[in-house]
Write a protein that binds this ligand. Structure first.
Ligand code: ADP
Length: 412
């Protein structure tokens, strides 16, 4: 993809990137220094398009919330953000806007300067991510309005996985569906897997290109990625984020025959099935209680709730199986990484997963597992085990870093 040079000049003395992650009813934002990762300001606008629309902005130790005015949309949220940035004299520091864009298809394997043509391609790729790409585009358009002079960069969640070989991304379906309709595995959470892999390389004290790793991003959405010589060679999510391990409300891998059974014999519509597998399954569906790992752990440990225990047990077994399956992709393995809200914090989930990975020579140190949480990072394995790190993810920093790097390259 050729990049346009003209829009990319970085204003002198400006040194921060405004990172935007726009959902259908929310905008997450952070103003980040790309080199150090220092966050100057961050926040979240939520409940957009409703009367409850609210924006919360954190700066230093301060946190303030503002109710949004009509029409309660993304533009209203950005208007408040811009006013705050002006009041705090931070606007002059911003050299570009970096957008998280969920689906880049096969077109984008690198951060990309957003031109009219790029925006159109992101819109076309909405056929592969109907919930996410249109929301990302709303954020792009709103930022183009709010920050008319600044370059806008798209960083794609699928990009890191574009290095997957054909054997990993082709479905066992007629090949023509890939050729004619782009039906293949793409993978997601790429920015997070890339960030934690880079951090693991630092801990191993060798270049990322020499590292072989398995990374488990466990949050509300969950995915496992295998990284060979620094590149993603397989990942558990597929054409959509629904494939792979079980998640908060998604079922993950599913026998397609169940869908026919639901539709033909149990009266489900396609919309019902969509809602079932994406919003009502996973930890929530099995437990019947919650999609939230903390709630389930408390119910299991302190209330003896057997459904909560079953949900967490199935969740962990499926993740352990996914990790173990990646021994087919590697001949060497430097270590395993846990990240995401669950991976970074849940002692129980990490222990339950790793106890099923003895054949890969992973064993946890119970004390280190207990103490490495709430933002702490480090190796939680025993001395005899392969390393097993907890690493806090920071997708915003990657987006800031890659946006700044692209603009520097374009200016040269
Ligand atoms: P998202 O995918 O929406 O970014 P997060 O990465 O924030 O989600 O992860 C949310 C999950 O992390 C929830 O299931 C939550 O219960 C879990 N989590 C957060 N803190 C803890 C904790 N202390 N113990 C166990 N699970 C936790």
């Amino acid at each position: 993809m050729t990049q346009q040079k003209s829009q990319s000049a970085v204003p002198a003395n400006s040194n921060a990137i405004l990172v935007i992650n726009c959902g259908s009813s929310s905008v997450k934002f952070s103003l980040i220094k790309p080199q150090s990762g220092e966050t100057l300001l961050s926040g979240l606008a939520e409940c957009l398009l409703s009367n409850d629309a609210i924006i919360t902005i954190k700066q230093g130790g301060n946190k303030k919330s503002y109710k949004l005015a009509a029409p309660f949309d993304h533009q209203s949220a950005l208007a408040v953000l811009v006013a705050q940035l002006q009041q705090l004299h931070l606007v002059k520091d911003i050299c570009a806007i970096g957008h998280r864009v969920v689906h880049g298809g096969e077109t984008y394997s690198q951060p990309t300067l957003i031109t009219e043509q790029v925006a159109q391609t992101i819109a076309q790729l909405a056929k592969l991510a109907p919930l996410h790409n249109p929301a990302n585009l709303i954020g792009i358009k709103a930022c183009q309005q709010a920050f008319k002079k600044l370059p806008q960069v798209a960083v794609f969640d699928t990009a890191f996985h574009q290095s997957m070989p054909e054997k990993a991304f082709i479905y066992g379906l007629p090949y023509s569906l890939y050729q004619e309709h782009d039906i293949r595995r793409y993978g997601f959470h790429g920015t997070s897997h890339y960030f934690v892999a880079k951090q693991a390389a630092k801990l191993l004290n060798k270049p990322l290109a020499q590292c072989n790793l398995i990374s488990a991003h466990l949050g509300n959405g969950c995915s496992v990625t295998v990284i060979k010589h620094g590149k993603s060679v397989d990942t558990s999510m597929g054409m959509t984020p629904g494939e792979g391990v079980m998640m908060g409300t998604r079922c993950g891998d599913l026998d397609a025959g169940i869908i026919f059974h639901l539709v033909e014999n149990l009266g489900y519509s396609i919309n019902d099935v969509d809602k079932l597998v994406n919003k009502e399954s996973g930890l929530l569906g099995v437990s019947g209680l919650s999609n939230d790992c903390r709630t389930l752990e408390n119910a299991m440990l302190y209330e003896n709730n057997s459904q909560a225990k079953l949900a967490l047990t199935v969740f962990c077994y499926r993740i352990a199986k996914s990790i173990a399956s990646y021994s087919a992709s590697l001949t060497q393995l430097d270590g395993l990484i846990f990240t995401g809200g669950i991976g970074e914090n849940s002692t129980w989930v990490r222990a339950e997963i790793v106890k099923q990975l003895g054949l890969l020579n992973f064993y946890l140190d119970a004390d280190k597992n207990q103490t490495t949480r709430f933002g702490a990072s480090g190796n939680i394995a025993t001395k005899d085990s392969r390393p097993c790190w907890v690493i806090a993810t920071n997708e915003e920093w990657v987006i800031a870093e890659q946006s700044a790097q692209l603009l520097t390259n374009l200016a040269q």
